[in-house]
Design a protein around this ligand. Structure first.
Ligand SMILES: C[S@@+](CC[C@H](N)C(=O)[O-])C[C@H]1O[C@@H](n2cnc3c(N)ncnc32)[C@H](O)[C@@H]1O
Length: 177
């Protein structure tokens, strides 16, 4: 597949995966393939996304997981998005487990079982961007990330800023000191 084909597929993905009218100028247009490359470079097999939206990052993270013989895990507030993405991933033979859930009600024990008791290689927090929600998600997710695994948090320069600053101080206190 050429790079051009890949971009065409990406555009098609934006159009057909979920709501059918997602903007091609979304930030995900750039971040999603970068996350794919990151996942491939780090050989990530177990990938969790909280907040799947129109499915653009899910598309790339899902394909990365498949290519690494891993699995894509997703948690999302809206059942319609869960259904659409599950259908898509099944069609693409991407190993997946996607469930409707309000991440503010997430627990560590639920997540451990949901992840088939595996450690996370990559977690992408992109659901509710309030400080409270991000702090809560981190409490559940952080202990399940393997050593030298990665946690991505979206929109740290805008809506997730307070949450990101808070969890950065708590979990990564040596950054920037
Ligand atoms: C910005 S979109 C995600 C975009 C996607 N990660 C991407 O980059 O392509 C945010 C998603 O989070 C979901 N969401 C919002 N609050 C949530 C919560 N408390 N728990 C789970 N999902 C939530 C929304 O329904 C929406 O689908």
């Amino acid at each position: 597949m050429s790079l051009h084909d890949g971009i065409l597929n990406l555009n098609q993905n934006f159009q057909v995966v979920l709501d059918g009218n997602h903007s091609h100028r979304s930030g995900s247009y750039f971040q999603a393939p970068i996350m794919y490359l990151w996942a491939k470079q780090t050989k990530a097999k177990t990938i969790l996304e909280i907040g799947i939206g129109a499915g653009s990052t899910a598309y790339w993270l899902g394909h990365a997981a498949k290519e690494m013989d891993g699995k894509y895990y997703g948690l999302e507030l809206l059942q319609s998005r869960v259904n659409a993405l599950t259908n898509y991933m099944n069609q693409m033979s991407i190993p997946n487990k996607i469930q409707c859930m309000d991440s503010r009600k997430l627990t560590h024990d639920f997540l451990y079982d949901f992840l088939d008791k595996k450690s996370l290689d990559i977690a992408f927090l992109d659901g509710n961007h309030t400080q409270e929600a991000i702090e809560h998600e981190m409490e559940c997710v952080y202990p399940l990330v393997r050593a030298r695994g990665y946690i991505f948090i979206h929109d740290i320069h805008t809506s997730s800023k307070d949450g990101w600053l808070s969890v950065t101080k708590k979990y990564f206190w040596d950054i920037g000191s």
